[in-house]
Write a protein that binds this ligand. Structure first.
Ligand code: IPM
Ligand code: MG
Length: 358
């Protein structure tokens, strides 16, 4: 039995998560994956019910799960609430409690979407990279962190072990890909970055097959736009990864397409990268493809079903190729709503499974 905690959250969260769960249930019926789902509240909706964005009830459920599927948290209703109750805090606490230090954010171009990118097609075509972001350290979590009148302090800390374990994941990921790791830091300025670079270079010796390069983060931001195809695994610390992953996502033309997996020793957390999009929430027009591609990551990393993961990814691309898309994507073809998009992908996946059996 594989226990999945389902945390839909706020805004479009429930709408997109529905489509992800719909796909998983269809796969479960077809292939007996033995999945069990348990729902829990997180974010603003939890603040409304329990006065806390990550209530103990929810924490118990996730700590009892094998993987967590999360929609999105936050919205204008909770924007002016005290800091400790902000929905984003729930996300940080969840990552920390689950110990999911390795955040995998794949960015892969799809032919049908090339025209939706703000970058020239010949630059975007063939992009296939992973931003591997350290997720439980750095300036997001360092102490002290406080306000003192006119002064505000945040602290950027990294320990050797934190860098070693994320570097290991980067090298391992690259082994099944193009065997290139680009480590991103600001080693000309930051002491934590100098340690980062040192440790990555030491780790690199254990992986002689892998090519390693180091880029300063500002330069990396530029190169990602100029030559995104050259990147394979981009290894970086928490805040640089936050920024670079949005940038890399924009290259594809819609944030509505980006999945993510966060992995730790024991737990895994799966979430689309986009936010709760309160402006379109409840209208049934949100793009569920980031969540559906997130399900593919779940199949790949938690269930180790690589072939199945690919079937889901290929199905998404084929449905787009047939012209079906949600309104956030500016391409030719037929505009469909959230549930229709989910249905189209599910039937595509099922027909591919059927073909495979023949
Ligand atoms: C992300 C988001 C989060 C982050 C926020 C919502 C806390 O931007 O997952 O990229 O900064 O990590
Ligand atoms: Mg972000």
């Amino acid at each position: 039995m594989f226990k999945m905690a389902v945390l839909s959250g706020d805004g479009i969260g429930p709408e997109v998560v529905n489509e992800g769960v719909k796909l998983l249930k269809a796969l479960d019926r077809e292939l007996n994956l033995d999945l069990v789902f348990e729902e829990a509240l997180i974010g603003g909706i939890a603040v409304d019910k329990y006065g806390l964005p990550l209530p103990n009830e929810t924490l118990d459920i996730v700590l009892n799960s094998d993987a967590v599927l999360l929609g999105a948290v936050g919205g204008p209703k909770w924007d002016n609430i005290e800091v400790s109750k902000r929905p984003e805090q729930a996300l940080l606490a969840l990552r920390k409690n689950l110990g999911v230090f390795a955040n995998i954010r794949p960015v892969k171009s799809m032919k049908p979407l090339l025209s939706a990118s703000p970058i020239k097609s010949e630059i975007v075509d063939g992009v296939d990279l992973i931003i591997l972001r350290e997720l439980t350290g750095g300036i997001y979590f360092g102490e002290p962190k406080y306000r003192d009148g006119e002064k505000a302090i945040d602290t950027l800390v990294y320990h050797r072990y934190e860098i070693e374990r994320i570097a290991d994941i980067a090298f391992n990921l690259s082994l099944s890909r193009r065997k290139k790791v680009t480590s991103v830091d600001k080693a000309n300025i930051l002491e934590s970055s100098r340690l980062w670079r040192e440790v990555v270079n030491e780790k690199a010796k254990e992986y002689p097959q892998v090519t390693v390069e180091h880029l300063y983060v500002d330069n990396c931001a530029m190169q990602l736009i100029r030559r995104p195809r050259d990147f394979d695994v981009v290894l970086t610390e928490n805040m640089f990864g936050d920024i670079l992953s949005d940038e890399a996502g924009a290259i594809l033309g819609s944030l509505g397409m980006l999945p993510s997996a966060s992995i730790g020793e024991k737990y895994a957390l799966y979430e689309p990268i986009h936010g709760s999009a309160p402006d379109i929430a409840g209208k049934g027009i949100a793009n569920p493809l980031a969540t559906i591609l997130t399900i593919a990551l779940f199949l790949r990393y938690s269930l180790k079903r690589e072939t199945l993961a690919r079937i889901v990814e290929d199905s998404v691309e084929e449905v787009l190729k047939e012209g079906y898309h949600t309104p956030d994507i500016n391409i030719e073809g037929e505009v469909v709503n959230t549930t229709k998009m989910g249905d189209l992908v599910v039937s595509k996946v099922l027909s591919k499974l059927e073909d495979d059996r023949k």
